[in-house]
Design a protein around this ligand. Structure first.
Ligand SMILES: Nc1ncnc2c1ncn2[C@@H]1O[C@H](COP(=O)(O)OP(=O)(O)OP(=O)(O)O)[C@@H](O)[C@H]1O
Ligand SMILES: [Mg+2]
Length: 255
């Protein structure tokens, strides 16, 4: 359900720029698990272009293929057919080394349950990845913690942070490699409304910086209100692909 007064206070901003670069191009992509009578067609003949500056919300019921879509775009699963390119580079056909280089340079994931290492502080959870990106680890970790508004929580362990703060640390960690494409699977699924809104606001801001796009998978229809573009999936197919000229600010969303 959308906030009743939201229409008057919509976030007025330009959505996808006409000349924005394509960050992900999927052509004829399908993904089938198993074979024969037990085959599951998780994705079927997908054509999709994700452009910089876009907050793309992917909606669909459980089992419709949302996570599979993120996994093939993120190089975690190979598609059964079709081609995918990320930031101008072909992902299909890359060997393991090429794939991990592309992931390191262009992609990051954010998950529902944060996936922080409990025995490491917020700083250390991020530093582990910052070490792979070159440059000063301390500078980069401080930058991303600042970006998510948690500079003062660097030395806390995950158990000493609220759920929303843990998700912010996970987002900071995902930003450490300056990803062009941020792939988020139910990032507010474990959060209450207020905390969820603040995480959505953070993600909404992130997609308009650094030639980035954010893909946000959810089965929560209300979240679609903040999107620049809403993709609806059912049984591995795109059933609707809609641009929204005036998305709501995340603070206006209700569910
Ligand atoms: N590794 C796998 N092996 C076999 N089948 C799989 C595998 N991963 C996903 N599937 C199947 O593919 C279909 C799509 O699954 P997917 O996880 O992408 O759905 P989803 O939209 O993310 O669902 P949810 O909202 O519950 O997370 C489902 O039928 C699922 O059972
Ligand atoms: Mg899923």
């Amino acid at each position: 359900m959308f906030h009743s007064a939201g229409r008057d206070r919509r976030a007025h901003r330009t959505t996808t720029l006409p000349d924005a670069p394509a960050l992900a191009v999927l052509q004829g992509v399908s993904k089938t698990f198993g074979s024969g009578d037990t085959a599951v067609h998780a994705l079927a003949r997908f054509d999709l272009t994700i452009t910089a500056g876009e907050l793309l919300v992917v909606l669909g019921p459980s089992g419709s293929g949302k996570t599979t879509l993120l996994n093939v775009v993120g190089g975690i699963e190979a598609p059964t057919t079709g081609s995918i390119s990320i930031a101008g580079r072909a992902l299909t056909g890359l060997d393991a080394k090429g794939m991990s280089a592309l992931r390191r340079e262009a992609l990051s994931f954010v998950y529902q349950f944060f996936n922080l290492v409990p025995t490491l502080t917020a700083y250390e959870n991020i530093a582990v990845l910052a070490e792979l990106t070159g440059g000063s680890v301390r500078t980069r970790v401080d930058e991303v913690l600042g970006e998510v508004g948690l500079a003062e929580c660097a030395d806390r362990f995950p158990a000493q942070l609220s759920g929303g703060q843990q998700q912010r640390v996970a987002i900071a960690r995902a930003l450490v490699n300056r990803p062009r494409l941020l792939l988020c699977d139910e990032p507010t699924g474990a959060l209450d409304l207020d905390t969820g809104r603040s995480v959505l606001g953070l993600l909404q801001g992130l997609c308009h910086r650094d030639d980035r796009a954010v893909v946000l998978v959810t089965h929560n229809q209300a979240i679609a209100a903040i999107a620049d573009r809403v993709l609806r999936m059912r049984s591995g197919h795109i059933v609707d692909d809609m641009h929204q000229r005036t998305p709501l600010a995340a603070s206006e969303v209700c569910w």
